[in-house]
Design a protein. Structure first.
Length: 505
């Protein structure tokens, strides 16, 4: 065996030696003269590709955007606005159609489409300043999805005010937009549809809860005895639905046979074995004994066990079977000892306490402060209703008759706006009108300081956030000129969506 291994090693060494000598022979061959890396040229089609035919179906290259325009809905007919527009000059300067030169550095930090909405943003800044008078409080806004309205909501909220926003009837049916406005009106502010403000008492209560705070401890419907009675009723119903005659606490329908006749003989045996893995049912409980031996202190102990079981399930811990009726039966036979963890109030937000007459411990209640003013955005429906009421005369009867013959949308807009106005006036706040005129109220006028505030709010910070944002639908008329006419059509259609249309060129 040793001789065979030695022979194998000699054979391997001989082969390696032959390969090395072969390499030495190849390496000693001289390199031809002029032989370099560039001496072998690639094919012509590789070095100089031919012309590529243009794809007739390919999307053409987009033209650079140099201007943005809002839609002027007040002109007859509506058109792409020349005044509410912004353009970038050849040198990079930004010029607004209404406010003139804005500066070359503006376009770097603000989307051009936002600058086309500088007028409603500036009017919103002026309205917020008039409504708050520099102090923090609660601001009411009607027409919160209009350009000026959504700007007023954000500017007032970013200044530390609580905002109660009312979404006009043209957009109140859009639940997603209502949630968006509710998020912009940060806690304790909120947003409600126009239909909510029609019930003046409910809207007045909402404003009161926002200004004074909605402390759960002040809720008057807390009744610990009623909680215990409801629990006992549900427990007895649970025991009746899942008695101990069933193999598990499941519906009786699970034991109904609906298979083939050949499987009927072993069906119940198989089901009993399968259901044995689930919590069992419970024997009947005497209602009189339940009332006598299960007071609310024991209910508090049971509720604590339920909380521990819930926490374990959520965290993925191993949990034993939780049989509620059996726990109650055990506590009736031998009452659980009550420690401070049961008898003392727990700091759990919004948890109902079965021992103390209050809700919600451990949670600070946010308060918006007194109502400082209201901002009314003149929507088309509100403008038509206000004009009809103004022409009707000064008597209440003539005004009521004028409202009676208006479309439902206009009547609702007028009633909701009046509800907002009355809440502001009752609190001694100011009422400011934007986006049009309303008889008897002062319209906001944007000054230079308001324009600067609007531009500052539009600027995008390094983290990508800004104090003022709009929900836009942009039509690039620079690529397709027909988009300008189509944008006007979309902006003027009935029940246009809750977005602001901007045309770029």
């Amino acid at each position: 065996a040793d001789s065979r291994e030695a022979a194998a090693r000699e054979s391997d060494a001989l082969q390696l030696s032959m390969v090395a000598r072969a390499r030495e022979v190849l390496n000693t061959e001289p390199i031809p003269a002029g032989h370099t890396i560039d001496s072998v040229m690639p094919p012509k089609y590789w070095g100089h590709p031919g012309e590529v035919e243009a794809d007739p179906d390919a999307f053409p290259a987009r033209k650079p955007v140099t201007s943005a325009h809002a839609i002027d809905l007040t002109s007859d007919p509506p058109r792409v606005s020349a005044r509410d527009s912004v353009a970038v000059g050849p040198t990079g300067s930004v010029e607004h159609g209404r406010y003139g030169e804005l500066g070359a550095d503006i376009a770097a930090g603000i989307p051009l489409e936002y600058l086309a909405l500088l007028r409603p943003a500036a009017e919103a800044a002026a309205a917020v300043k008039a409504a708050t008078s520099g102090s923090k409080g609660t601001v009411l806004v009607y027409g919160a999805t209009q350009p000026t309205g959504i700007a007023a909501v954000q500017l007032a909220a970013s200044a530390g005010n609580a905002v109660v926003a009312v979404v006009g009837g043209e957009h109140s049916g859009n639940d997603e937009m209502l949630d968006v406005v509710k998020g912009l009106a940060t806690e304790p502010g909120t947003a409600v549809p126009e239909e909510y403000a029609l019930v003046k008492g409910a809207f007045r209560d909402l404003v009161g809860k926002t200004t004074n705070g909605d402390d759960p401890k002040s809720w008057a419907d807390h009744n610990a005895d009623a909680f215990l009675a409801d629990f006992k009723t549900n427990l007895l119903d649970y025991v009746a639905a899942y008695p101990d005659t069933l193999p598990a606490a499941v519906s009786k329908d699970k034991l109904l046979f609906s298979g083939k006749e050949k499987d009927r003989e072993n069906f119940r045996t198989n089901m009993d074995a399968y259901l044995s893995q689930f919590p069992p049912g419970e024997a009947p409980i005497d209602p009189e004994q339940l009332n006598a031996y299960f007071p609310k202190e024991q209910y508090a102990s049971w509720k604590a066990k339920f909380g521990q079981q819930t926490t374990a399930v959520i965290s993925g811990d191993d949990t034993p079977d939780f049989v509620p009726a059996r726990l109650v039966r055990n506590q009736m036979a031998s009452a659980d000892p009550l420690g401070d963890d049961i008898l003392k109030a727990a700091e759990v937000p919004y948890e109902f306490d079965v021992l103390r007459p209050n809700y919600g411990t451990g949670l600070a209640t946010a308060k918006g402060g007194p109502v400082s003013g209201a901002i009314i955005v003149v929507t088309p429906a509100l403008a038509a209703a206000a004009q009809a009421v103004e022409k009707a005369g000064k008597s209440i009867r003539s005004k009521a008759e004028a409202l009676q013959f208006l479309p439902e949308s206009q009547k609702n807009a007028y009633a909701a706006a009046r509800s907002v106005i009355q809440c502001a006036e009752a609190a001694g706040g100011t009422v400011t009108v934007v986006g049009g005129d309303l008889p008897g109220f002062k319209a906001a006028e944007a000054a230079d300081a308001d324009v600067k505030e609007a531009i500052s709010a539009m600027e995008i910070a390094e983290d990508g956030s800004s104090r003022l944002n709009f929900f836009l639908q942009v039509y690039r008329a620079g690529d397709y000129p027909v988009y300008a006419d189509y944008a006007v059509h979309r902006a003027t259609e009935d029940l246009a969506g809750p977005r602001i249309i901007v045309v770029t060129k």
